[in-house]
Design a protein around this ligand. Structure first.
Ligand code: GLU
Length: 368
């Protein structure tokens, strides 16, 4: 089963799961959901929650209607509501002894390679520290041109950059049906989708959506991102208590299967970059370390060619100038010139500031 086999899981919850139509916070639901998260953590899984609700909670606090809100006003309201949202999570999850952190993202954070790599590292470190990041769009800063616009698409990008195995979009529908189930009695829940063809898009356009920003269209867009990231995605009913347990037990949801493996997706993402910006020439010891799946450290670097930035795509050559691998550099070319040949524990002293220890992390490297 997809969920069981996943190590890193992103779960997106829409505003309608947290606040009902009468603007009452669904506290009981959230505390049941916390039990689901606790079980995933006990199972040694990494969990990221993408939660909407900042604008809805801000409106609740100010006694305003969400309808017809102008962008500048909704930005202020999101800033008021985000702290309410986190308070709600904190109060509820601390009872289950779940540690939470907050990450607010803007579109560029996932679209720009360097920022996406930074975000990925932050997620990894939070997992190591045993914290569950709660992600939302930075609605107070984002304007319409630079917005994801909905948390379905945001969640798919989060799944992509965090290298997640599975994304669950908890919604107020059970999944994608062959027809609108409210009108057609013979409508069937589609269990698995491998190919996102025009037939599926058509069903999605006609199908009933949730109250949130997205509807079915944005969920299909999210599925497209996941399919090319090697991540399985599901649209599942979030309204019931213990929605994750329900997926484990009953599996009544729609699964979208990836088109390529996670590793291939990541390699493609690394290799797909426009021409490499520079080269590192490394010694035999470093080549052997890379062959064993280790990261590239400064000590094994003999020379650096070209001018590049952090996050840029570079070539790794052996001493005979034969290309061995490609990767994304964690340092600029100027920094590497200063630290090459030195032990990693000298880096902070040589540069004068605290930074990473690997020049190219093993996950950011692909052998040619
Ligand atoms: N980021 C928005 C919020 O927190 C929600 C966007 C959505 O509903 O998809 O209110």
């Amino acid at each position: 089963m997809y969920l069981k086999n996943s190590k890193t899981i992103v779960i997106k919850i829409g505003s309608s799961l947290l606040i009902d139509e009468k603007k009452i916070i669904r506290k009981k639901w959230l505390s049941e959901f916390a039990k689901d998260i606790k079980e995933l953590l006990n199972d040694k899984k990494n969990v990221i929650i993408v939660s909407s609700g900042a604008i809805a909670l801000g409106c609740k606090k100010l006694n305003l209607s969400k309808k017809n809100l102008k962008l500048d006003k909704s930005q202020a309201i999101a800033s008021i509501g985000q702290i309410e949202l986190m308070n709600l999570f904190k109060k509820t999850f601390s009872i289950k002894k779940i540690n939470l952190s907050q990450i607010l993202l803007t579109l560029e954070d996932t679209e720009q390679r360097r920022r996406a790599i930074n975000a990925k590292r932050t997620f990894e470190n939070l997992f190591k520290l045993n914290f569950v990041p709660i992600v939302n769009e930075n609605d107070s800063i984002a304007t319409s041109e630079i917005k994801y616009g909905d948390n379905d698409r945001l969640a798919s990008r989060v799944a992509q950059i965090s290298n997640a195995d599975c994304l669950i979009l908890l919604s107020d529908v059970e999944g994608l049906y062959t027809k609108n189930p409210k009108i057609h009695k013979d409508a069937k829940l589609i269990k698995e989708i491998k190919n996102l063809g025009s037939d599926i898009e058509e069903i999605a356009t006609k199908s009933i959506g949730e109250h949130g920003t997205g509807g079915m269209k944005t969920k299909i867009d999210a599925a497209k991102v996941c399919q090319l990231s090697g991540c399985v995605m599901s649209i599942a009913d979030g309204l019931s208590m213990r929605p994750i347990k329900k997926i484990f037990k009953k599996n009544t949801c729609t699964w979208f299967l990836p088109k390529i493996s996670k590793l291939d997706a990541r390699k493609k993402w690394i290799i797909s970059s426009i021409s490499p910006k520079g080269e590192l020439i490394i010694d035999d010891g470093a080549i052997n370390a890379l062959k064993k799946g280790k990261s590239l450290l400064a000590a094994g670097i003999k020379n650096v060619n070209g001018k590049f930035n952090k996050g840029d795509h570079i070539k790794i050559l052996d001493k005979n100038m034969t290309e061995y691998a490609r990767g994304l550099s964690s340092f600029t070319s100027d920094e590497i010139s200063k630290i090459k040949g030195h032990h990693s524990n000298k880096i902070n002293e040589l540069l004068g500031y605290v930074t990473k220890s690997e020049v190219i992390h093993k996950d950011d490297m692909v052998e040619i």
